[in-house]
Design a binder for this molecule. Structure first.
Ligand code: CDP
Length: 203
């Protein structure tokens, strides 16, 4: 069975938490496409050119706490504006989406550019303030020098850059279902999303 679930949305909207739970529930593979851009960002901070960094990326690099930092996220979003960087990452994502057994991909352009034929498209969002609070909690476990305002600025800054770029901007696909999780806790949001996907599978 091939079944692709595209989950897009702004920074720290909870896409990862929902996508992981969905993949586990339906026993599908999961790709956090933001990690691809974060690896590129980390390599650029280490001195590589963005395009070389994107062309030489390999799955073994997609881990490490450092990748979750705001610095790397900012570098990722700057590199993500470059058409050649995005082009270099398309094939890996599309191959992943087509795998047997089904796949969940989360990012910014999955439903619009990477998998316009996805079986289910979701756009997960929440207010910037709530997203910053959630991200602060997540990062706080590793770093004590982070403030709410710093994290909020990162989120707002990246959203603006991601929305305003010419190629593959952050936007809900026309046929995406938008879910605002501002007043939902993770388990309620996950149940809601699983229900939507199950209904689509039963059609
Ligand atoms: O976890 P968070 O939502 O904060 O960010 P992420 O999904 O890890 O993505 C980091 C950055 O990569 C984003 O701000 C985007 O600039 C870029 N990105 C993208 O352009 N396209 C994607 N499909 C995924 C991420």
């Amino acid at each position: 069975m091939k079944f692709t679930i595209a989950i897009d949305g702004p920074a720290a909207a909870g896409k990862g938490t929902i996508s992981r739970a969905v993949a586990e529930h339906f026993n599908m593979a999961y790709l956090d496409t933001g990690l691809l851009y974060r690896v590129v960002g980390a390599k650029v901070l280490a001195g590589e050119t963005p395009v070389d960094a994107a062309k030489t990326i390999h799955p073994g690099e997609l881990q490490g706490a450092y990748l979750r930092s705001s610095e790397v996220a900012q570098a990722a979003s700057r590199a993500a504006v470059l058409p050649d960087v995005r082009m270099a990452l398309i094939e890996f994502q599309r191959d992943f989406a087509r795998r047997e057994g089904g796949a969940v991909l989360d990012g910014r352009d999955i439903g619009t550019v990477i998998c316009p034929q996805a079986d289910v498209k979701l756009f997960i969002t929440a207010t910037p303030g709530i997203r910053a609070m959630r991200r602060l909690k997540e990062l706080d476990r590793q770093r004590s020098d982070l403030s709410y305002s710093k994290v909020l600025n990162d989120v707002i800054d990246r959203d603006k850059r991601d929305r305003e770029r010419k190629l593959a901007p952050l936007i809900a696909a026309e046929d995406a279902i938008t879910i605002d999780t501002s007043s939902l806790n993770a388990s309620v949001a996950i149940s809601h999303v699983i229900e939507i996907i199950q209904k689509r599978m039963d059609l």
